[in-house]
Design a protein around this ligand. Sequence first.
Ligand code: AKG
Ligand code: FE2
Length: 419
Amino acid sequence: MSEVEFEPQHPRLFIPNFLSLNECRVRFLLYFFLRLNLFVFLFTLVLVKELEFIHKSCSTVGYRPNVFSTTLSHLIATNSSHFIIPFVPIRERLKEKLEQFFKCEYELFIEFTGLISWSRGASIGWHSDDNRPYLKQRHFSAVCYLNTYGKDFSGGLFHFQDGEPASIMPKAGDVVMYTADDHNVHSVDEITEGERLTLALWFSRDGSHDEDVKLISLLSQHILHKNMADSYLPLPASSNMYWFSQDQASDYQFGFNICWARLHVLGYDIYISQDSGIEFDVSELLVKPVHLVRGNELLDQEFVNIMHALQVVHFFCWKGSALQNKVSNVDSKVVKVTDMQREKISGLNSVLLNDDDFASRVFGCMPSEENGCICFDWSGIMAATAAWEDYASNLSKQIHLQLPNWRMHEAIYDVQLDE
Ligand SMILES: O=C(O)CCC(=O)C(=O)O
Ligand SMILES: [Fe+2]
């Protein structure tokens, strides 16, 4: 499908391959060295995989049943502000493209940015995006697809009620933009398998809804006066934000902790070494140091909390084979799980993941060759721990460098810093 022309009755734009066409500054340089197809594919993949990593290691339960979200303010609140950096160029380019297409240059403000994933059972009927009194400030929408129909999920087709294109089959890197009013009533079919991931943005003409101003103020409170050395270790939000249950009621009897579940579907268990009498207080558990366990083996390396372990495991999923065989002293770090540890692990699983099949149904991947994440190899996990630290501290440095400029201009933008 190519870019669809402007229909006055249905102001909208579909852009195939937006990420690869826009994301890379060195595109033209590299063009001469690489075959275009391979090149386009590689550059779509980099950002898509990075945003997927961020979402799978930071998301909370979302605003609708079976939906998960990662908002930028949530990243700040959980000491993960540095993960805002990968969003900055794509956010800016989506805004530029939208303003140019809808002929409202310099008139719009980003009102909301979020990674949104829909798992099995999620859907939305006909609606416009400004269809609630508290959403009237939303004037335009942009949805950037981060994974692909038929490969990563089934169901989840997007439909406009009238006009062209009538339907969109999500593909990683494609973007759809439309006015948020009733000229663009749309729906999304129920997801029947896998997890459908998008980067969603809303735009407003009303400066009082400028997301940048709110984020800069939060960032200033959170990071300006903090010691840089530990500024990238995650802090979990309140435990109910990670508690998933079918009916969205925060009932600890039925459902699961999504951090626990995301590790579990990749084959990991968690062991909390610190003994405590209040073991079953979920909010306490989330802030305790943990060890990763796989089958009968435990990695003798402490993560500051479950979010830290989750980020490292998903970092390994992202970087994959590049991190394998990088560490040699693995054997000394892997120990057998004792009976007592096993009992504790099972006890925690019964509290935080009381329905195994349910978790796998929600977070299970589609069976496909590329989806077969190698996600296991202790030496890879150890290498990922170190590489994750480099990655996070580098992003953290960048946000410290960029923030003064953002504060000065009251806007989040891709500051070109001299090396
Ligand atoms: O993810 C999509 O394709 C659209 C989602 C949507 O319509 C919404 O969140 O309002
Ligand atoms: Fe919508």
